[in-house]
Design a protein around this ligand. Structure first.
Ligand code: NAD
Length: 483
């Protein structure tokens, strides 16, 4: 146990052991060894963190701070994060098997730092509105005000990345927060709390409890002083979390799962399409919500497309995240690794044709799976319908446009979609008919702080990024003044 790092949870700018006396082991997925442990917080710990957040909002300086001053605090946060980018990158590499390529996003000019600076600039631009209401001798105006204490619930696939999309706008809007990272990947978020000390935030503005969904997440959502919830995770977990929030009619932003189609048209630039499809799923080992995992390829190009796809995907180097030669790291944790292996075996048993078997990347230790490609997968099959969240794609052919639109939309999800064609007018027409929050034409995976993202259908509701991402953390107040 000597070199296992023990984390504590963070409430009111103080570190605490869990009242439960329980801890959760965190494995390094590159080796399968336990390298850290984090608190398994229960309702008592949750109550302490919520109380700290409530005091900071209601009685502390945060709730009364001038917006411009709050903006300066956010700018400091962006700056201290960028000063510690390598540390956060190193922890996610150990805890989650992420390639060191997250660090650039955390460095000056990187997207995460930009996000902090973008929302820092918005703090003093939350302007109200005067409504020309048709009521004599009355002046009516609107203000947007923070909710108070907000719960931010995170998945394991990109802890600091998914946190940034929530935390920066949530604080900019004037709320205080309790964060619950995933039980599978909490360490970088706890390290971030140490780093934030350099930004001189008042106690209780940002708090972190760690633990499981049922034992920690549910008491947090259910706490009466938590006024709003922003949840990123699977559609199953999201449904349960939403049911808990519904007991007290709490507003939610839901960023959930996906099974995003990528449509390849007969006139597509196949070199561009194949490389875009590969980049749209394999580098993160398919562990990204918008992975384009359902390939719908026109019958006239299916042969050439899959041949090229297998060729490019089979050359990707799968290996330890600290090896600079690795292009794909391990699957982030053992339960998920085992779940992906079960899904590959089930797809084989269902008779789908395996064109590339990523199990050849398995090693004696660690959780490695390479790009895996199945052919002739009907859209109603389990492989095409249910999110794998791993490096597994299915292909199916199509003949006419109306048919492929129906197939693309024949899913409970609606997160993203890709269209590959040289005919931009046709691609734009198809984009209009796709039921998804984001559609990419001749590219895949782009995102920007300024541009809202989110799901349709059971991929969620509400938006992150841009002004919409900040508005989600504010409620409208209408004031009537007799004149
Ligand atoms: P998950 O749903 O198992 O867990 C997500 C978080 O919710 C964890 O912190 C978990 O402890 C918590 N949780 C689970 N049940 C809960 C409950 N009943 N009450 C309160 N909290 C609860 O998801 P995961 O396996 O960690 O992450 C992978 C999933 O996240 C994938 O489906 C992926 O598509 C999705 N995801 C979506 C986005 C997006 O922006 N749409 C981004 C990243 C990941």
């Amino acid at each position: 146990m000597a070199d296992i790092r023990t984390y504590r949870y963070f409430a009111g700018n103080t570190w605490h052991d869990p009242a439960t006396g329980r801890w959760i082991d965190s494995e390094n997925p590159a080796t399968g060894e336990v390298w850290a442990r984090v608190p398994d917080c229960g309702p008592e710990d949750v109550a302490r963190a919520v109380a700290a957040a409530r005091t900071a909002f209601r009685d502390g300086p945060w709730g009364r701070m001038q917006p411009a001053e709050r903006g300066r605090a956010l700018r400091r946060i962006g700056d201290v994060i960028s000063a510690h980018a390598d540390r956060l990158g190193a922890v996610e590499l150990l805890d989650n098997g992420r390639l060191p390529n997250i660090a650039p996003g955390l460095k000056p000019g990187g997207w995460q730092v930009d996000s902090w600076h973008y929302y820092a600039g918005m703090c003093d631009k939350i302007e109200g509105r005067v409504i020309p209401a048709e009521v004599p001798d009355m002046h009516n105006y609107l203000k947007w005000q923070p909710y108070g204490v907000v719960a931010l619930i995170l998945p394991w696939n990109s802890p600091i990345g998914t946190l940034t999309w929530k935390l920066a706008p949530c604080l900019a809007a004037g709320n205080t927060v309790v964060i619950k990272p995933s039980e599978q990947a909490s360490c970088s978020v706890l390290d971030l709390m140490e780093i934030l000390a350099e930004a001189d935030l008042p106690p209780g503005v940002v708090n972190v409890v760690t633990g499981f969904g049922a034992g920690t997440g549910e008491p947090l959502i259910d706490h009466p002083d938590v006024r709003m919830v922003s949840f990123t995770g699977g559609t199953g977990g999201g449904r349960t979390a939403a049911a808990v929030a519904a007991r007290q009619v709490k507003p939610l932003v839901m960023e959930l799962g996906g099974k995003s189609p990528q449509i390849v048209l007969p006139d597509a630039d196949l070199h561009l399409a194949v490389n875009g499809v590969v980049a749209g799923i394999f580098p993160a080992g398919g562990q990204s919500c918008i992975s384009g995992s359902r390939l719908l390829v026109h019958r006239s190009v299916i042969g050439e497309f899959t041949e090229r796809l297998v060729d490019v995907a089979s050359k990707a180097r799968v290996g330890p995240p600290d090896d600079p030669a690795s292009q794909i790291g391990p699957i982030a944790n053992r339960p998920h690794y085992e779940s992906i292996l079960r899904r590959i075996a089930a797809a084989e048993a269902a008779g789908h044709r395996l064109l590339l078997d990523g199990r050849s990347a398995q090693r004696d230790r660690g959780y490695y799976i390479g790009p895996t490609i199945f052919a002739d997968v009907p859209n109603r099959s389990e492989l095409a319908q249910k999110e794998v969240f791993g490096p597994v794609v299915s292909t199916e052919t199509w003949d006419d446009e109306a048919e492929v639109i129906r197939t693309a939309n024949d899913t409970l999800y609606g997160l993203a979609a890709g269209i590959w064609s040289r005919d931009v007018t046709r691609a734009m027409r198809m984009a209009d008919r796709i039921e998804a929050g984001t559609v990419y034409i001749n590219n895949y995976f782009n995102a920007a702080t300024q541009s809202p993202v989110g799901g349709w259908k059971q991929s969620g509701y509400g938006r992150e990024n841009g002004w919409e991402g900040m508005k989600a953390f504010m409620q409208t107040k209408s004031v009537w003044l007799a004149t």
